[in-house]
Design a binder for this molecule. Structure first.
Ligand SMILES: CC(C)(COP(=O)(O)OP(=O)(O)OC[C@H]1O[C@@H](n2cnc3c(N)ncnc32)[C@H](O)[C@@H]1OP(=O)(O)O)[C@@H](O)C(=O)NCCC(=O)NCCS
Length: 246
């Protein structure tokens, strides 16, 4: 029996979190497409590690992102990080205004913005693969549009990433980190949507998520998992419980 402790991530956790995430996704088609050998600058997985470290450091200072870690006591090592996850909270009002602004832009302006964003990315990242993956995810979101039943996904919680150390899988760490976001979403009276791989599919289903659309990213199956806010039986009427049953 492992003692498991969940807490918000701190700056000093970042190297361990980055290593954990790289190891968890190393064999995924998305990871292989994003970090092709032909663009590699440093040996082994150094490029990916550096990229994750800088992305996570930036993420930790973003008030809309919530990084959590799960720790356990390991023999002779002391407390180690065995799970990490990144949640996005619903967008703040001013961000939504920003998005309206984005929607008001012409395709030319949007393409220019994207070009600028891509130019800031490190040379070892395959920008074409990143764009293709982004298009595929947007396609999956578009496919699931009806399932959202008019709810704005930007006003919901979403799980951006979740990784558990290979030696500690199947003992409830993934569930712990998913439940953390479910509690926050319940507190905010909002739902959750997740783009899931096959590995996460069962985890979210076991926690009451519905699979509402299926797609693929870089040849790997992806699923849109959705859970509306459910205030419980005493608040039914127009509740999301009724919505889920439709
Ligand atoms: C997906 C992942 C986070 C799950 O973490 P985990 O800590 O192993 O998950 P849990 O132990 O909490 O298990 C949750 C559920 O997943 C399913 N599950 C867990 N291990 C499983 C296994 N080996 N085979 C099949 N299903 C499994 C079970 O349904 C389980 O629920 P149950 O215990 O009520 O039956 C982990 O496998 C991982 O890090 N994968 C690589 C990274 C990744 O793909 N992340 C993206 C997921 S969208």
């Amino acid at each position: 029996m492992h003692s498991l402790r969940l807490r918000p991530a701190r700056d000093e956790d970042v190297p361990a979190m980055a290593a954990l995430e790289v190891a968890a996704f190393l064999d995924s088609p998305m990871h292989r497409a994003m970090f092709p050998k032909r663009l590699r600058i440093k040996p082994g997985i150094q490029d990916q590690l550096e990229w994750n470290i800088s992305r996570m450091r930036k993420g930790l200072s973003d008030p809309n992102l919530h990084h959590i870690v799960v720790l356990t006591e390991a023999p002779e090592k002391g407390e180690i990080i065995v799970g990490c996850a990144e949640w996005s909270a619903p967008a703040a009002e001013e961000c939504e205004a920003g998005e309206d602004e984005e929607e008001g832009k012409t395709n030319e302006e949007k393409a220019k913005d994207m070009e600028l964003r891509l130019a800031r990315l490190p040379p070892f990242l395959d920008k074409g693969a990143l764009l293709d993956a982004n298009d595929e995810v947007m396609e999956l979101i578009e496919k699931s549009k009806d399932a959202f039943q008019g709810e704005n996904r930007h006003k919901m919680w979403t799980l951006n990433s979740i990784s558990v150390d290979g030696d500690y899988r199947g003992i409830g760490i993934g569930k712990m980190m998913t439940r953390w976001g479910m509690e926050r979403a319940d507190h905010d009276k909002t739902g959750i949507w997740i783009i899931s791989s096959s590995l996460g599919q069962q985890l979210y289903k076991s926690l009451g998520f519905r699979q509402v659309a299926e797609g693929s990213r870089m040849g790997e199956p992806q699923y849109l998992m959705l859970k509306f806010y459910d205030p419980g039986p005493e608040h039914n009427g127009t509740s999301t419980a009724a919505r889920g049953a439709r």
